[in-house]
Design a protein around this ligand. Structure first.
Ligand code: AMP
Length: 230
């Protein structure tokens, strides 16, 4: 059975951090549309050039562009047993397309909505740093690296993402409110399986254990195996 998890929530709600923990637990790839788009920008290819300006303003990239990226990614071998979507869908069109794609394959996804207080989101985004090489996210307040300003995994100097600057943060949150938040209603209306959790002050590990419990529940139609350690 394909284990499909959709992480939903505002920018800064912790989707990326949770996905990173969850991927080891589910042994499924973490598919982040934001990371994929940034990868194209880093490569400097035609797609990257086309989306860079949009992303710098905090607006959403066109549906056709992200839909195609996601469909191609979901067709890759490592996504056949399961996947964790982070940052997709973000518009009604994307949600309808994804639901059709899942339904046509008989896959019953679990949508996890991370609910976080607006003021906490703004503080988190402003304190966010990312490793430009491996993409690992840190937060100067809640999740600092072991050595200040340096990635724990590869020693790279951490950077502030262009779109984590204050004016862009406001635009990203506005895009979320107008285009993405209404999808919660869409998921409810369509009877999708939705798990909502207050993620304002839970540690990533506490969140992981609650989410894993939900995933492991029989109604989820998903079976999670704890990662083998050691
Ligand atoms: P994220 O890293 O998920 O916060 O995404 C960073 C930026 O990438 C967003 O502000 C959008 O410009 C773009 N983006 C990521 N995912 C999507 C999506 N599903 N639809 C449209 N634009 C997206």
């Amino acid at each position: 059975m394909t284990q499909a998890v959709v992480l939903f929530g505002s920018p800064g709600s912790g989707k990326g951090t949770l996905a990173n923990l969850l991927k080891d637990y589910l042994k499924a790839p973490h598919i982040s549309t934001g990371d994929m788009l940034r990868e194209h920008i880093r490569e400097g290819n035609a797609l990257g050039v086309r989306v860079a300006a949009t992303m710098q303003t905090g607006a959403l990239v066109r549906d056709e562009v992200v839909d195609r990226l996601v469909e191609r990614r979901l067709a890759e071998p490592d996504a056949q047993a399961g996947f964790i979507l982070d940052g997709y869908p973000r518009t009604r069109e994307q949600a309808e397309r994804l639901c059709n794609w899942l339904d046509s394959r008989g896959i019953r996804e679990l949508v996890i909505h991370l609910i976080v207080d607006y003021n906490i989101i703004v503080t988190r985004l402003a304190g966010r740093r990312q490793c430009p090489r491996c993409g690992t996210l840190y937060n100067m307040v809640s999740n600092p690296p072991r050595v200040e300003g340096v990635c724990d995994l590869d020693g790279q100097a951490l950077a502030i993402r262009d779109d984590d600057r204050e004016s862009v943060i406001r635009a990203r949150l506005a895009a979320y409110e107008s285009q993405s938040r209404p999808l919660i209603e869409f998921f409810r209306e369509k009877g999708r399986r939705l798990f909502e959790i207050d993620a304002s002050d839970r540690t990533p590990e506490a969140l992981l254990s609650q989410v894993c419990r939900e995933i492991g529940s029989p109604e989820a139609g998903l079976r999670a195996e704890p990662a083998v350690s050691g």
